[in-house]
Structure formats: structure tokens, C-alpha cells
Write a protein that binds this ligand. Structure first.
Ligand code: ACO
Length: 214
């Protein structure tokens, strides 16, 4: 079952789900070895909880066990949020986490989708995660479809995701998203020419993908 609302009493279970299935597996996290499966991550947990409080996230529940098997954590982005988020990032504890988020924030700041699409708010899918034992069954696509409904109900005109995974890029393409920015991970290097995010196959690109809503 896909549910449009994640109640506060489920927040702990969402975090546990992310520790077991997202923190270690998301392609950039995996590339920098951010954490092991099941491990806690203070900064990512704060980021996730803050997003949950926007009340726009959706979850998939296994109706037999009543347990969470997937989530799309969604939030609204306002024009000054990236600047504020970058300042807040200075207080983050983990350098690897800082590298990932300053990379994403800088790209989004430079893209300036607010001006490009003449909108004053953007609906962002920040975390898309499916339980390892339930992948490849279309759950992520259903979570994203439900998120589109939530965005439309909230009256937002532009839906965006920083698709770091080949799989989320495929899903977004299937759903009519367009890619407005692409970067090959191998081309993103430090001053010594070293690749910063050594992602594993088949994750070759970051794609910022958007869809205009009714
Ligand atoms: N091997 C090959 N293809 C795959 C695999 C796999 N392991 N997993 C998914 N796919 C393909 C599917 O075939 C499908 O493509 P199709 O529609 O053309 O057949 C597409 O990818 C999506 O499949 P779903 O079943 O909807 O995706 P799933 O429920 O398995 O969830 C997800 C995908 C969320 C990426 C999951 O693998 C996951 O949680 N990974 C770890 C976290 C992560 O990387 N999240 C995305 C980061 S980007 C972001 O958060 C905005």
C-alpha cells in the first residue's frame, strides 16, 4: 500500500528503514563510503527529519507485516533555501556528507530553476528509497507517482529530483521528466585530477530531472 501521509509516530521507523537501505546504498553515499548498512548518520538523519516535517512525504507499507518498505521524502524549496542550507552545511560534522551536499547545492544554485521556469517554489523529492528485499518490483515508481499527486494537490508547478542513481533516472524518464543538467561522475575531479565520486556501475551520471505539473 502506498500512503500519502507519514505520521509523526512513524518517523523512527522511517529513519531505521533509511539506515538499513539508503544511507549505505545511494550511489554518492556508497562512492564515499558514508556508512555501513544499519549504521546511524547524524547529519543525514537531521536532513531526513527536517524533510518529513514538511508533511509531503509518502511511504509504502507491506500490508502483511505493516512495516515500511519504501519512502519518498519530499519537501518544498524556496528561492533562499539553498543559500541557507549551504550556511547550515558549515555546521555538519562529516566531511564526506559536506562534499556530497555542497556538490548538489552548488549545481542547483547555478541552475536557478526558479528563474528558468518562473516559479517561486519547487517540489523536491530528496530521498527515494526502497527496502533491499523489495527492489525491482516498481515500488519506487509508485512512490514517485504518488509524490506527483501530493505536489499537484499542494499547488506546486515544478517537481524536481537530483537523480543520482541510474534507476531513478530511468523511472523519471518513464514518467515524463526531462533532464535539465547532466554531469558524468568521472568528469568531476579535484585539483589533483582525482575523481571525487567513484560510483559503481551502472551509476555514471548525476541528472537533475524536472517535470512541470498542472
Ligand atoms: N538492476 C537493474 N535494473 C533495476 C534494478 C537493478 N538492481 N533496480 C531497479 N531497476 C530498474 C527497473 O527495471 C526499472 O526500470 P524499467 O521500468 O525500465 O523496467 C527501474 O529501474 C525502476 O525500478 P523500480 O522497481 O521502480 O525501482 P525500485 O523499487 O527497485 O527502487 C531505488 C529503486 C529507489 C533506486 C532502489 O534501488 C534504492 O532504494 N536504492 C538505494 C537508494 C538510492 O539509490 N536512491 C535513489 C537516489 S536518487 C534520490 O534519492 C532522489
Amino acid at each position: 500500500i502506498i500512503q500519502k501521509h507519514i505520521p509523526e509516530e512513524k518517523y523512527n521507523e522511517v529513519i531505521e528503514h533509511l539506515r538499513s537501505n539508503f544511507f549505505a546504498d545511494e550511489p554518492l553515499n556508497k562512492a564515499v563510503k558514508l556508512c555501513d548498512h544499519g549504521e546511524k548518520h547524524h547529519d543525514l538523519e537531521m536532513h531526513s527529519l527536517k524533510t518529513l516535517e514538511d508533511n509531503l512525504s509518502v511511504m509504502a507499507i507491506d500490508s502483511n507485516t505493516n512495516r515500511i518498505i519504501g519512502v519518498a521524502l519530499n519537501g518544498i524549496q524556496n528561492p533562499n533555501d539553498i543559500k541557507a542550507a549551504k550556511e547550515e552545511l558549515l555546521r555538519a560534522k562529516d566531511e564526506k556528507y559536506k562534499n556530497i551536499f555542497s556538490f548538489l547545492y552548488d549545481i542547483n544554485r547555478d541552475l536557478n530553476l526558479f528563474a528558468k521556469y518562473r516559479v517561486d517554489q519547487i517540489f523536491e523529492c530528496r530521498i527515494l528509497s526502497v527496502d533491499q528485499n523489495y527492489r525491482g518490483q516498481g515500488l519506487a515508481q509508485r512512490l514517485l507517482e504518488k509524490s506527483l499527486e501530493v505536489a499537484e494537490e499542494a499547488g506546486i508547478k515544478l517537481f524536481k529530483q537530483d537523480a543520482t542513481s541510474f534507476y531513478t533516472q530511468k523511472i523519471a524518464e518513464n514518467m515524463g521528466f526531462v533532464s535539465v543538467f547532466e554531469l558524468r561522475y568521472k568528469a568531476y575531479r579535484n585539483d589533483d585530477g582525482k575523481i571525487i565520486f567513484e560510483t559503481s556501475e551502472p551509476h555514471k551520471f548525476l541528472k537533475v530531472m524536472v517535470k512541470l505539473l498542472k
